[in-house]
Ligand binder design. Sequence first.
Ligand code: XMP
Length: 375
Amino acid sequence: MDYTSIINKLIDYTRSLPINCALAAISGGVDSTTSAVLVRRAIGDRLRAIFIDTGFMRSNEPNQVKSLLSGVLPINIVDLHDYFYREMLGIDDAEEKRVKFRGLFYTALSRIANELGCDWLVQGTIAPDWIETKGGIKTQHNVLEQVGIDTVSRYRFKLLEPLREFYKDQVREIARYLSVPGEIINRQPFPGPGLSIRAVGTLTMEKLDVVRKATEIVEKRLGELGLSQWFAAAWEFKVSHNDEITKSLGQLGRLSAELFSIRATGVKGDARSYGHVALIRGEPTRWDTIYELYDLVTSRYDVTHVIYELAERGRGKYFVSIRAVVTDDFMTADVPRLSRDKLLEVAKEVLDNDDRVAGVGYDVTPKPPATIEYE
Ligand code: XMP
């Protein structure tokens, strides 16, 4: 692909638009940053970039992003965590969280755009975002027009999505051509609703704190392995034994199956599913067998994610799942076959670091039948 000519066309197109001022909401990820850098090339200082601190970010993320972008794009941090907490704590359904987050996010952006006199909003929507939202797999926070939301009447801005037809690997190429710093290009994706959808099930401050701490460890420990995405998710450690699934695992080792009380998203065929999360405990015949468990379980039962337990202590309220995937386009993803020693080491550190955590496991489910995130 001729990226120079693609970029020139995008810049020319942006210049041809009647833009008074455009607001860009940056997350620090490659999609939103590249979109903003591209639009800045076209309209200069008429682009105003902000970073909204929703309270669902990782430790110290707002300041980190600001310093990563210094020299590329001046941004202002807008701290709205009280507003998001007030409206979102207590929600337990995955789609309800996503729809609520989207409403709050754009209401805030509309207010800020109006204050600044901006009549356009630049955002980093890319092809898989709207394909999956339109396909009903999940409500991605940054998909509006494609699902029939008229932003002019609802939020008083027009949308500019220069990367909407591209996939992640293409966006990374465009970013390279635009000299976006390598740290941003290679930053792993982080969903707009952030940790709110990784604190699975009912959203509480405590669960957010547990997942934030576990995330720090998992991101640090798995950071050098060349993975596409690696993170932690947390939910209540409430399980019930499942005899039928346990029996079906007979030939794979001395294993038992439990189902958690929460549900998580998956993709079956081309449709969304919201099923159980299975926890498999015990000794597999050989270590690699854990990577075969998901097929047996998800093909026969209403289960979207299968997690192999790595470590447990008798007390504590939460379970932490280590999630890692390898993928080119994020539409499908494989689970890397990490070694037992590595995973046990990370699991132990997560347990030792937080006595609210009662158990830690590794999610062994590719996409499909799971999604990368849990909600
Ligand atoms: P799933 O969970 O659908 O995720 O397999 C695919 C990719 O999309 C990211 N993701 C999001 N990104 N806003 C975003 O900007 C969102 O609402 C959102 N939800 C999921 C996810 O982290 C993965 O990279």
